[in-house]
Design a protein around this ligand. Structure first.
Ligand SMILES: [Zn+2]
Length: 190
């Protein structure tokens, strides 16, 4: 997109095309390079939707700052890198405390809540959840299951006096990421 002899050149604060999902990168290149003169070569709205669906599936939440989302295809949190290099975080959030974390992990197959271990050798807090070691209750809707799991995790942290703003935001992030990834599935029925 930046021609070598162009007057417009990327600078340090320019957000690189590399950070977005490869399908979205392809759309940008087709739109602004191939389709620069020939509009027929530009991706159609449907192509963008498809690319964005792939991209949303690969989004994950940063382990350090709760308002950072990045593509796992890029491999690391660009927003952390950028704030270290430039001293400005354009998506400022709350730094996650190391000891009291319940952060959200997304894979291409599913989304999991990561709960830290109580102390070495004792096993993680996930062992205290109602669903630990049990097969899923298939009579519940996706929405009910998510609500139940979030409620369960919240009660564990409440019981231990560790429930705070960070954990509340993490759980909210978990709900949002699930809704974003599995569109329609978590909507209220009826
Ligand atoms: Zn980050």
């Amino acid at each position: 997109m930046y021609a070598p002899n162009s007057l417009i050149q990327p600078v340090e604060r320019t957000i690189s095309l590399e950070i977005v999902h490869p399908e979205v990168q392809r759309c940008f290149l087709r739109c602004f390079n191939d389709g620069y003169k020939n509009s027929n070569l530009r991706p159609a709205a449907g192509d963008w939707v498809k690319a964005l669906r792939f991209a949303v599936n690969e989004l994950t939440i940063c382990g350090k700052v709760d308002s950072h989302y990045y593509s796992r295809t890029y491999g690391e949190c660009y927003w952390c890198d950028r704030s270290t290099k430039l001293g400005i975080d354009i998506f400022p959030g709350f730094a996650r405390p190391k000891q009291q974390s319940a952060f959200v992990e997304s894979t291409s197959k599913g989304i999991a809540i990561m709960m830290e271990h109580l102390s070495p050798g004792k096993g993680g807090r996930h062992r205290q959840t109602i669903s630990y070691g049990k097969s899923p209750n298939l009579s519940l809707s996706a929405r009910e299951t998510l609500t139940q799991e979030v409620w369960d995790v919240r009660s564990i942290y409440l019981r231990q006096g560790l429930y705070n703003r960070e954990i509340r935001k993490s759980l909210q992030g978990l709900i949002n990421l699930n809704r974003l990834t599995w569109q329609g599935i978590f909507d209220k029925v009826g």
